[in-house]
Ligand binder design. Structure first.
Ligand code: ADP
Length: 465
């Protein structure tokens, strides 16, 4: 068991109060953290505010160098960090190793970007005048992060915030404190000045709420549930602070007759069961045109039965998953495979069919390894079903028909479209985000687009003889 304290102004503080258990072995306590109150959060914001000016005054490549050194440190601890991530979140060793690799690459990407991120030089209509724009840091950026990518999401929010000259206060998910501890330790050991990065552990309703309400927080980036995100949106918008929200999803896949049923089944299994179905980009509903339904369903059942999955993250989440399967059964659905919990928090990959499009199992986010397969008569009906959702994060289509693929890319109401590729799995150098209730519909994350959220543009008119 590891004690993970808060990091405030370079000091490790706070008493151990909250315990996190290993979801694969619930008797084992993995870590204990403080349950920070508003005063700890305010102290963290004060430390950030004090440190930010000197940090922003450093040349950008000096800031980037710290991110690059932190990446090297994480790389040297890769297996230990992955093991801890697995123990606190439940990912399989391969998934955890991949996620840590992603955090390392994110630090490298933004660390290197420090050499080129800048404004523009533009002509002026006024004689003897040149215009240039500067990217100014927003000041203190607050990050509230979920448990499902406990190191990658903090890294992809922290890295663009820090490299742009902001100070950061992060409130990690209660379930996964160790991963952020590894990330912040690497940054501190790489030379990040005290106060530039502060970590406050605790519950969302106390520590998270206090962070969102602190008027010195200029921008808040949040990933989590739609319910919490919409509340944060109101708090931040009332004081006209910036807010970036990545929230829920009910991601859909459309399988057309011309697709290869085996290939489509592999794509959907990876989309639905990777990370135990606990990715915001995971597919949880699939629409098939009539000619492929039977072959696809049989192939998907085989893929599901062979899939290696970690445990569900918590007892509460397991209860949500099981209750969705119970609702499906009560509605007369067929459980094609899975649907049971052979041990502990290990739910089997579950494929359902025979549900109505209006079923809550098809409409509401579950966030587990449960996928519903439904029939549609045509591509047009499938597209309409895909779009008939309050959410709009990702969607996919399996087809060899380029016309259909392009039409889908243009008309799917989502932030990310995948053609013949799993809805899960993103590259780090391209924009990521959703539309509708999946997003604040403001700023994108990842790639150079991430810098837009953490900076504002100042326009300078420079007169010369
Ligand atoms: P999940 O269902 O994935 O746990 P949540 O939205 O509940 O999603 O949690 C995501 C993050 O938001 C966590 O760090 C959590 O502590 C935090 N959080 C939860 N409730 C609040 C709140 N009322 N105010 C601020 N942060 C919150």
């Amino acid at each position: 068991m590891t004690t993970v304290q808060n990091l405030i102004g370079g000091e490790r503080v706070g008493d151990p109060e909250l315990a996190r258990h290993n979801p694969a072995n619930p008797g084992e306590i993995v870590a204990v953290t403080p349950a920070s109150d508003a005063s700890a959060v305010h102290a963290a914001v004060s430390a950030a505010e004090q440190a930010q000016g000197a940090w922003a005054a450093l040349p950008a490549p000096a800031r980037g160098a710290i991110l690059l050194d932190a990446a090297d440190l994480l790389r040297s601890r890769h297996s230990q960090v992955a093991e801890d991530l697995s123990r606190e979140e439940g990912k399989t060793p391969a998934e955890a190793t991949g996620e840590v690799r992603r955090a390392i690459d994110v630090l490298r990407f933004f660390g290197s970007l420090a050499w080129q991120a800048s404004g523009e030089v533009l002509p002026s209509a006024m004689p003897g005048t040149t215009i240039f724009t500067r990217r100014e840091p927003v000041g203190v950026a607050a990050l509230i992060t979920p448990w499902n990518f406990p190191i990658a999401i903090p890294a992809w929010k922290m890295a663009p915030a820090l490299v742009s000259g902001n100070a950061v206060v992060i409130k990690p998910a209660e379930l996964t404190p160790l991963s952020v501890a590894h990330l912040s330790n690497a940054l501190v050991e790489a030379g990040l000045p005290a106060g530039v990065l502060n970590v406050v552990h605790g519950t969302g309703s106390v520590a998270g709420d206090a962070l969102a309400r602190d008027p010195r927080v200029a921008a808040l980036s949040f990933t989590g549930s739609t319910r919490v995100g919409l509340g944060l949106h109101t708090i931040l918008s009332e004081r006209r602070a910036r807010v970036q929200l990545e929230m829920g999803g009910k991601n859909a896949y459309l399988i057309l007759d011309d697709a290869d049923p085996l290939a489509a089944a592999k794509v959907v299994a990876a989309s639905a069961f990777s990370l135990t179905g606990q990715a915001c980009t995971a597919t949880s509903r699939v629409y098939c045109t009539p000619g492929i339904m039977e072959a696809f369903l049989a192939a998907l059942a085989k893929e599901a039965e062979a899939f290696t999955m970690g445990p569900v993250v918590s007892e509460q989440q397991l209860a949500v998953d099981v209750s969705a399967i119970d609702v499906a059964r009560a509605e007369g659905a067929t459980v094609v495979t899975g649907g049971d919990v052979p041990s502990g928090q290990f739910l089997r990959p579950t494929v359902l069919t025979g549900l109505a499009h209006t079923s809550p199992v098809v409409r509401d986010e579950i966030f587990g390894p449960v996928v519903a397969v439904l029939g549609v008569d045509s591509y047009e009906e499938g597209l309409a079903r895909v779009n008939d959702s309050r959410y709009g994060l990702t969607a996919g289509i399996c087809t060899r028909d380029l016309t259909a693929a392009h039409h889908f890319a243009a008309h799917a109401q989502v932030g990310v479209v995948k053609v013949n590729r799993p809805t899960t799995g993103l590259d780090l150098n391209v924009p990521f985000g959703g539309v509708k209730d999946s997003s604040s519909n403001t700023f994108r994350e990842q790639g150079t687009a991430a810098l837009d959220f953490y900076t504002w543009s100042k326009t300078v008119y420079l007169g010369h003889e």
